[in-house]
Design a protein around this ligand. Structure first.
Ligand code: PMP
Length: 437
């Protein structure tokens, strides 16, 4: 049932959902792979919520852990105190994280975890006597949330232009997408490792002594599943080392099994100095983010002369007991069901299904890795986003949830998806593509 006939209070000026104002779609329940809609339909979740519900919806162990926790210890300030599950969760996470990322800082979202990473990078450079390194480099088509740090290093111009210049000194690597050379290539594109040399351009322009860090998503998610060409991340790592820059991976989407390994860092075999996570960390159930830091960085910035007094950073809800409880149960669920590597087991099936869409109306590119894929559509002349948006609406009508960004359709189903459900998801999308204008 629609809860009220006056929905105006919910429509905030900045939320993307304002496009639905005249026809709100309400989700009233969720279980495993499906949402229940207010008109009583089951919709197959092809996006794991917003790339976060990796273990599927309302998983019993997670539900019970949150229920138990709220009754036992509902809140504990991380500023003055700890609580047992915060220590336990930090230990479990760093044991799971790529080798060397030994410390973790808890936030409440990906955006906050990005800000935390950028601040740690600046604190590190200052503590080692390189305080002139204030610049932060992102990448075109990068998405790092909506905080001021995130929109400044983020590479989506429309997300930041209303809000002034952002952080001083930020700049952006060129993006790595090259449809002409790589359209329909499966998995990692061959061409363009030399694209990472674009960092040399920025170093020449700004001087390495002014640059603190480079932040990239290993696979850019929100801007349409853009994969790094072979050798790209390795080359970025080498150039950061050469010039004394920290390398930050934003694994908010790629973390917790999306690609078929616990983290993209494992998948690509390239380790950053700082790794940003959120979303799948609690299976989307309680808001949380976590910024992982290598001992190399941690030992320097924690022992700098400004330690404690000038290192103020933290959130009222950092390491929230409900989030830690949900996170621990999430890690248990991932481990018991082998979910962190499942995308590598069913990834081929997903890739086969996706690439069979080649040749359908409007399709101009298909990209995939693990359990994330994108189908790029030819935009309608003069009406960008319109075609993909009508695909979204038709898909929802037909019982699947997809995500669109521009004229790109993205899919990132929960990692529990069955092979039959993969076929249903992509098969329904094929019907949608045949039916839309
Ligand atoms: N970084 C990346 C790579 C993301 O995909 C997102 C969210 N889509 C964020 C950061 C921001 O996370 P949040 O929305 O939790 O602030």
């Amino acid at each position: 049932p629609a809860p009220t006939n006056n929905l105006d209070a919910f429509w905030m000026p900045f939320t993307a959902n304002r496009q639905f104002k005249n026809a709100p779609r309400l989700l009233v329940g969720a279980k495993d792979m499906h949402y229940t809609t207010s008109d009583g339909r089951q919709v197959l979740d092809g996006t794991a919520g917003l790339w976060c519900v990796n273990a599927g919806h309302a998983r019993p162990k997670i539900v019970e852990a949150v229920q138990r926790q709220v009754a036992e210890l509902d809140y504990a300030p991380a500023f003055q105190m700890g609580h047992p599950k915060a220590f336990e969760f930090a230990a479990r996470l760093t044991a799971l994280a790529p080798k060397g990322l030994d410390h973790v800082f808890f936030t409440n979202s990906g955006s906050e975890a990005v800000d935390t990473a950028l601040k740690i990078a600046l604190a590190y450079q200052k503590a080692r006597g390189e305080g002139g390194r204030f610049r932060l480099i992102g990448r075109e088509r990068g998405y790092h949330g909506v905080g001021f740090g995130g929109i400044s290093v983020g590479g989506i111009v429309t997300n930041r232009k209303t809000f002034g210049p952002g952080l001083p000194g930020t700049d952006h690597l060129r993006h790595t997408y090259d449809r002409e050379r790589n359209a329909y290539s499966r998995g990692i594109p061959e061409h363009g490792a030399e694209l990472a040399d674009d960092l040399e351009r920025l170093v020449a322009l700004h001087d390495a002594s002014t640059i603190a860090a480079v932040i990239v998503e290993p696979v850019a998610g929100s801007t349409g599943v853009v994969l790094p060409p072979k050798g790209y991340l390795e080359r970025l790592r080498a150039l950061c080392d050469k010039h004394g820059l920290l390398l930050i991976f934003d694994e908010v989407i790629t973390g917790f099994g999306r690609l078929g390994a616990p983290f993209a860092t494992d998948w690509f075999g390239v380790t950053p100095d700082i790794m940003v996570t959120a979303k799948g960390i609690t299976n989307g159930v309680v808001p949380m983010g976590a910024t992982f830091v290598s001992s190399k960085i941690y030992d320097v910035f924690m022992n700098g002369p400004e330690h404690i007094i000038e290192l103020f950073h933290g959130y009222t809800y950092s390491a929230h007991p409900l989030a830690c409880a949900a996170g621990l149960a999430t890690l248990d669920t991932y481990a018991e069901e082998g979910l962190l590597t499942r995308a590598s087991e069913v990834g081929e099936r997903f890739a086969d299904a996706l690439h069979a869409l080649k040749g359908l109306p409007h399709v101009i590119d298909i990209r995939n890795i693990g359990l994330v894929g994108a189908v790029e559509l030819e935009p309608i002349e003069g009406q960008p986003t319109k075609r993909a948006f009508s695909a979204f609406l038709k898909a929802y009508e037909k019982g699947i949830m997809i995500r669109t960004t521009g004229d790109i359709i993205a899919m990132s189903p929960p990692l529990i998806i069955s092979e039959a459900q993969i076929d249903e998801l992509v098969g329904t999308l094929a019907d949608v593509l045949r039916e839309i204008d």
